[in-house]
Design a protein around this ligand. Structure first.
Ligand SMILES: Cc1cc2nc3c(=O)[nH]c(=O)nc-3n(C[C@H](O)[C@H](O)[C@H](O)COP(=O)(O)OP(=O)(O)OC[C@H]3O[C@@H](n4cnc5c(N)ncnc54)[C@H](O)[C@@H]3O)c2cc1C
Ligand code: SF4
Length: 331
């Protein structure tokens, strides 16, 4: 499979990168998501702006009572960082669950967050896709996953975003002459055709997470077909604050791989508030967690099975967040 022709720019400053992005270019980070999409003919940008030489985007640093992670920080760095492992177990575990270690060396935080949503009928070679009419996401007007479906059910399969959302992280989004700070969930549109709210010329320059209180802990759990290297089929990140007696004071639960964006489970915190893990109403929890989730047959496991696993993976994340250090890593 050949890459289509494109122009490559390699700026060394952010200002240069912002100017180059203005002509309708795509940002290139590690390329582990974008290059396969280009080889499949699913992305055909005429210009790529590589962020590899923009050194100010590569750092993990304490800043204003929190930690700032530059967008070009590699997953290898994230997965070996003490600041991250000691404060943000969910993010540490999520980073270590992405693909496999060789990919961590090139894959970046910004690219992981901004990766496109996926579907068994879409992430295929051009030759494979020619057997069927183009689906909605590929510019056609049918959906192969849901016959007569009028919208795209592709699945956002990034591991970092659910963890970052559970931790209450903010993304720094910048372009020439403007910048804004938005919550991780605000980066997502819930539209499988175009999963992000980013404007074409905007770049995510980093994420900021407030340092947690001592009584707060988090964890990330992921179900995947091959533990050695695979995208999530369902995932969950929990961030839990408990009092000295082990009663839960606050909880934030975010699901991953359940639709075109990570999904915050509204009401999960209230359900646990004032209870220890043993006192919690786990039946009500299972009902609440699976309630609004619609999963279709467009990943390697059936949607019905993945839906059944949602409360199980979510419960594992909550229990692990109540254990020391976010529990052991993903089984
Ligand atoms: C075999 C294999 C297994 C994988 N398994 C997983 C997995 O388990 N979990 C997982 O999460 N991912 C997985 N991936 C996908 C991918 O490797 C990771 O998501 C990786 O972190 C993407 O980062 P990157 O730097 O390579 O992004 P790129 O491919 O460079 O970019 C991805 C997208 O983000 C945009 N982008 C990049 N940086 C920015 C920025 N700073 N601002 C705005 N837009 C930006 C690009 O334009 C592109 O659209 C897998 C990939 C492979 C090949
Ligand atoms: S869910 Fe339907 S429209 Fe979306 S990528 Fe898959 S087949 Fe295409």
């Amino acid at each position: 499979m050949r890459l289509p022709h494109f122009d490559l720019h390699q700026p060394s400053t952010l200002e240069e990168a912002f100017s180059l992005m203005e002509g309708g270019a795509l940002a290139l980070a590690g390329g582990t998501d974008l290059i396969p999409l280009m080889k499949y003919g699913l992305e055909v940008p005429s210009t790529l702006v590589s962020l590899k030489r923009v050194d100010c985007l590569k750092s993990i640093a304490r800043r204003d009572g929190g930690v700032f992670i530059g967008a070009m920080t590699s997953l290898a760095e994230l997965a070996s960082s003490r600041i991250i492992s000691e404060n943000f177990a969910a993010l540490f575990q999520a980073a270590r669950s992405v693909a496999a270690p060789p990919i961590w060396n090139v894959a970046t935080v910004g690219g992981n967050i901004c990766q496109d949503s996926r579907c068994l009928y879409y992430n295929q070679s051009r030759a494979w896709r020619l057997e069927k009419p183009a689906c909605l996401k590929a510019g056609g007007n049918v959906c192969h996953a849901v016959p007569k479906g009028k919208k795209c059910f592709s699945v956002y399969s990034g591991d970092l975003a659910p963890a970052l959302a559970a931790l209450g992280a903010m993304a720094r989004v910048e372009k020439k002459g403007g910048s804004r700070s938005v919550s991780i969930l605000e980066l997502f549109s819930s539209n499988g055709l175009r999963p992000f709210t980013l404007e074409k010329e905007e770049i995510v320059t980093g994420v900021e997470i407030a340092l947690p209180a001592k009584s707060t802990n988090s964890s990330y759990r992921k179900m995947r077909a091959r533990p050695s290297v695979d995208y999530p089929l369902v995932s969950a990140a929990a961030c839990v604050t408990r009092d000295g007696g082990g009663k839960i004071e606050k909880m934030r639960l975010v699901l991953g791989a359940v639709g075109p964006s990570p999904a915050l489970v509204y009401g999960a915190g209230r359900l646990f508030e004032g209870n220890t893990l043993e006192e919690a109403d786990w039946e009500a929890f299972s009902e609440l967690v699976g309630k609004d989730v619609r999963m279709v047959d467009n990943l390697s496991y059936p949607g019905s099975y993945r839906k059944e696993m949602v409360p199980i993976i979510a419960a594992r994340a909550v229990r692990a967040a109540c254990g020391p250090g976010g529990g052991e890593e993903n089984a």
